[in-house]
Design a protein around this ligand. Structure first.
Ligand code: ZN
Length: 438
């Protein structure tokens, strides 16, 4: 009797701790029930990690890795090997609660070897001398790092406890952007050393072998009185949410659920909100494919996507899938590119006109369509993509754009529909049994 009650208490705690997401998760391939095997729990019953096994597909479907649901990047062979080991299937309970800790580029706990210099008060920069390394020693279970990719970057090497775990090529041909790289997960409790080192090697197209370090993210023991939740503040490194979305989110009940597809590197301090993305950003709740959502039918009160559908090879299937996981009478909102130049290539496939986005949603009840983006915004983007800005003096370009911006007042909102940057739709999922066209 007692054992039974204890177990139900633990189950309740687990649900609370993971926002009840496991109630709506399913196998992304067959949509059947999955089993969470080899779970790693905190003393309070929070499930930190585990392996999702689909009995119907008879294979590993994904993982829970340090409180993140991963249906894309997990190492299937490693998971299968772990499950074959009977010991690996028993629940492991950690000796302490955990919390996330971020060590910025100037954190005094970082040890440096070789020639690192501070750069723009945001980075530690190595010119790529082999032997240049940043180290941290302390108690942690997981480690990841945020590094800059740009045209002068080289290859960096990650080591844990003296063993090389991986290398990353930080070269990218244009512009610069900070990327997140996982280094290690679910290490044994106890002190560890993590090292990020320059190798001196580089992509043949790179102009240098630099390593720009921004921050180290660790999962550490939570000492008494410290918060144990994930990253406490909201972090948004993606596009700002459209005001209409903030309004729609306010209408979702406190115990409701909100799904953003392709939310990018965004974390909202809202237990109703789930962000699924197919890029390995740091902040999504779930890494997965919008064409194979790992959620049961009718799970969410609001499902939305911002600047996603032009990046999906089959936008019709993506909208069907978004609609499948929406509750009957639940709302869907999507905004996508109309007159936008190529971006995020090669995953930029289909822009849509207002009539195009209505076709995508024709099996739903469309409440409203809209369009956005001033003409000058579109022209500015076209000019930048065409490489014009790089060939003009900055002032010359600013003067030109100033004159073009002055023309925006001549374009009525109705006229903008013909030349808008993007189009959007607000729709309702029809109740079951209702005829819905398409
Ligand atoms: Zn399955």
């Amino acid at each position: 009797m007692r054992a039974k009650r204890d177990r139900s208490v633990r189950t309740a705690r687990m649900k609370q701790a993971t926002h009840g997401l496991e109630e709506i998760l399913c196998c992304p391939a067959c949509k059947g029930d999955m089993e969470l095997r080899a779970p790693v729990l905190t003393p309070a019953g929070r499930v930190k990690s585990g392996i999702f096994f689909c009995p119907r597909c008879r294979e590993v479907a994904g993982t829970l890795t340090n409180f993140k649901y991963d249906f894309l990047f997990f190492d299937k062979a490693a998971c299968e090997a772990k499950l074959r080991d009977r010991k690996g299937q028993a629940a492991q309970v950690l000796p302490y609660e955990v919390r996330e800790e971020t060590l910025a580029f100037d954190d005094p706990r970082l040890q440096m070897r070789g020639a690192w210099e501070r750069w723009e008060e945001r980075y530690q920069l190595s010119q790529g001398q082999p032997g240049d390394a940043l180290m941290f020693r302390g108690e942690f279970l997981d480690a990841s790092v945020r590094l800059l990719k740009h045209p002068w970057s080289g290859v960096a090497r990650f080591s844990v406890d003296g063993k090389v775990v991986s290398e990353v090529d930080l070269y990218q041909p244009r512009w610069s952007e900070i990327y997140w790289f996982p280094i290690a997960n679910d290490l044994h409790p106890g002190p560890h050393t993590v090292e990020i080192a320059a190798t001196g090697r580089k992509n043949e197209r790179s102009a240098g072998a630099q390593v720009f370090f921004h921050e180290l993210v660790l999962t550490c023991p939570a000492r008494d009185g410290e918060p144990i939740a994930g990253p406490a503040p909201e972090i948004n490194r993606a596009l700002p949410l459209f005001p209409v979305l903030i309004e729609l989110m306010k209408q979702v009940p406190a115990k409701g659920r909100i799904l953003e597809c392709g939310g990018g590197d965004r974390w909202l301090q809202d237990s109703r909100y789930v962000n699924i993305d197919c890029q390995r950003y740091q902040l999504p709740t779930v890494w997965g494919d919008v064409l194979k959502l790992p959620f049961r039918d009718d799970s969410f009160d609001l499902v939305f996507s911002q600047a996603l559908l032009e990046h999906v090879p089959d936008p019709f299937a993506a909208v069907q899938e978004m609609c499948r996981v929406t509750k009957p009478n639940g709302l869907l909102w999507s905004g996508m590119a109309f007159l936008q130049p190529l971006h995020a290539a090669p995953s930029h496939y289909f822009n849509a006109s207002l009539w195009g986005i209505q076709e995508l949603f024709k099996h739903t009840e469309i409440i409203e369509t809209s369009w956005f983006g001033d003409l000058s915004f579109t022209i500015d983007w076209l000019f930048k993509s065409a490489g014009i800005t790089e060939q003009l003096e900055r002032q010359e370009y600013e003067d030109l754009m100033g004159r073009i911006r002055a023309l925006d007042r001549l374009v009525s909102h109705e006229a903008l529909r013909e030349v808008a940057s993007g189009v959007a739709v607000l729709a309702r999922k029809p109740e079951r049994g209702k005829a819905s066209g398409g």
